[in-house]
Write a protein that binds this ligand. Structure first.
Ligand code: HSE
Length: 385
C-alpha cells in the first residue's frame, strides 16, 4: 500500500517515522507528503501541490493530518473524489463535514477510517464501530479531551488557578497557543459527534450538541467541589432515545469516588460505550501524542489494506436528531448575574454560588448563554447523581 500524507506537523511526522520503520512489516509506504516547509528527511517526496499527489495512481490512500477545518476539508474531499481511501485524525474537519465526506466515499466505493479522531491511540472508535454491527449501542461518552483533564486535575491537586494551569499546559505542549478548541470544548463536541455518528448509525452534527467548556472555572469552584468530596471533569455524553434521536451534551460534570471519571488523572482520557447486550466497555489511556495517534492511523491503514474497515458499514444516510431536552439534573452554578425564574435554587452555598434543583440540560445551557451577557465569568457544572 502506498499512501499520500497530508500534513507533516507533530502527528504527521510521527506517522511518517512509524511507517518508515515499518516494524510491523505490513509494507505500507509513503509516496508523497503535502507540506509547505522544506524538510530534509522528506525532500524526495514532498510536494506543495495536492493535485500532484492525488494524480499519482500508485497512491491509493490519503492520510490527512493537517488539522483544523480548511484547507483540510477541501483536500480530504478532493482525495475521496479522486477515488482514494481516506484516513484522518482530524476530528474538527470530519465532524463538521461527516455526511458529505462519507457520502462521497460510499458513492465511489472507497473507505474512510478515523480511529485516531477520538482518544488518539486508544482503540475506542474502531471497537465502537465493530460492536455497533452486532449490538445496539445505548450510550457513548466520557472524558475525551486530555488538555482540559490536565487543567482540571492540576487545579484540583495543586490548588492552582486556571490561568497559571493553562499556561503550564501550553508550556508542556498540551494546549495550543490559542487554546479555544480545548477549553471551550469544541474539540470534545466534535469527538462526541463522531462517537454518536458511529455508535448510533446516523450523521450527528457538532453544532447540534449543547456545549459548555471550562474557560471560566475558578479556584474557588474547585475548593467548593473538594469540600463536597467531588471532582470536576469535562464530559461528553450521548444517549440513544426510543424515537431514534439522541440526547447529547458536553459540560463540566461533578463526579464522586464511585465513578470511573473520578480517577482519571493528567492528560488521560476515559471513554466508554454501553451496548444493549454487551454492557459497558470503558477505554482509558493517553488520548493524544504523536506516537499513540500514529498507532491508530496505522491500524486503520492495515484494515484498508486487508479490504475491510469497520467504518465501511456505519450508516451516514440519515441525520441524527439531537434532543437534550429530556435530560435533567442538579447543577452547581456560580454567577453574579440575577437568576432567571426558571432556575430554582436548592442550596445557596455562598455569595453567587448555588446548587440548583434538577433542571433540563438544554434549559441550563440556554439560560447560561443568556446570563453570559450580564456576567461573562458564569460557570456551571452538572451534578452527576
Ligand atoms: N487537544 C486534544 C486533547 C488532542 O487535548 O485531547 C487530542 O485530540
Amino acid at each position: 500500500m502506498k499512501v499520500g500524507l497530508f500534513g507533516y506537523g507533530v502527528v504527521g511526522s510521527g506517522i511518517y517515522e512509524f511507517l518508515l520503520r515499518d516494524e510491523m512489516r505490513h509494507n505500507i509506504t509513503v509516496g508523497g507528503v503535502l507540506e509547505r516547509r522544506d524538510i530534509p528527511e522528506i525532500k524526495d517526496i514532498r510536494s506543495e501541490n495536492v493535485d500532484e499527489i492525488l494524480a499519482d495512481p500508485t497512491i491509493d490512500t490519503v492520510i490527512e493530518v493537517l488539522g483544523g477545518f480548511e484547507p483540510a476539508h477541501t483536500f480530504a474531499l478532493k482525495a475521496v473524489k479522486a477515488g482514494k481511501n481516506l484516513i484522518t485524525a482530524n476530528k474538527l474537519m470530519l465532524a463538521e463535514n461527516y455526511s458529505e465526506i462519507m457520502r462521497e466515499a460510499r458513492e465511489r466505493g472507497v473507505s474512510v477510517a478515523f480511529s485516531a479522531t477520538v482518544g488518539g491511540g486508544i482503540p475506542f472508535l474502531k471497537n465502537l464501530a465493530l460492536v455497533s454491527h452486532a449490538d445496539t449501542v445505548l450510550e457513548v461518552g466520557g472524558i475525551m479531551n486530555g488538555t482540559t483533564n490536565f487543567i482540571l486535575d492540576e487545579m484540583q491537586s495543586k490548588g492552582a488557578d486556571f490561568a497559571e494551569t493553562l499556561k503550564k499546559a501550553q508550556e508542556l505542549g498540551y494546549a495550543e497557543s490559542n487554546p479555544s478548541a480545548d477549553i471551550d470544548a469544541i474539540d470534545l463536541r466534535c469527538k462526541l459527534a463522531l462517537c454518536c455518528s458511529v455508535g448510533f448509525d446516523a450523521a450527528c452534527h457538532p453544532d447540534d450538541i449543547p456545549t459548555m467548556g471550562v474557560r471560566h472555572i475558578q479556584k474557588r469552584d474547585i475548593d467548593i467541589f473538594r469540600a463536597h468530596g467531588l471532582r470536576v471533569r469535562l464530559i461528553g455524553k450521548g444517549v440513544r432515545l426510543e424515537d431514534g434521536s439522541v440526547c447529547a451534551f458536553c459540560e463540566p460534570t461533578l463526579v464522586g469516588p464511585g465513578q470511573n471519571e473520578y480517577s482519571v488523572y493528567g492528560v488521560e482520557n476515559y471513554i466508554y460505550y454501553i451496548g444493549e447486550r454487551t454492557g459497558k466497555h470503558g477505554f482509558g489511556g493517553f488520548g493524544a501524542g504523536r506516537k499513540t495517534t500514529a498507532v491508530n492511523v496505522y491500524l486503520d491503514a492495515i484494515d484498508i489494506l486487508h479490504g475491510y474497515s469497520p467504518f465501511d458499514q456505519v450508516s451516514c444516510e440519515e441525520n441524527l436528531k439531537v434532543d437534550a431536552s429530556g435530560a435533567k439534573h442538579r447543577y452547581y452554578l456560580r454567577t453574579n448575574a440575577e437568576l432567571p425564574k426558571e432556575i430554582e435554587v436548592e442550596v445557596r452555598l455562598g455569595s453567587g454560588t448555588y446548587i440548583t434543583k434538577p433542571m433540563g440540560v438544554l434549559e441550563m445551557h440556554r439560560l447560561a448563554h443568556i446570563m453570559q451577557e450580564a456576567d461573562e465569568t458564569i460557570f456551571f457544572a452538572g451534578w452527576a447523581d
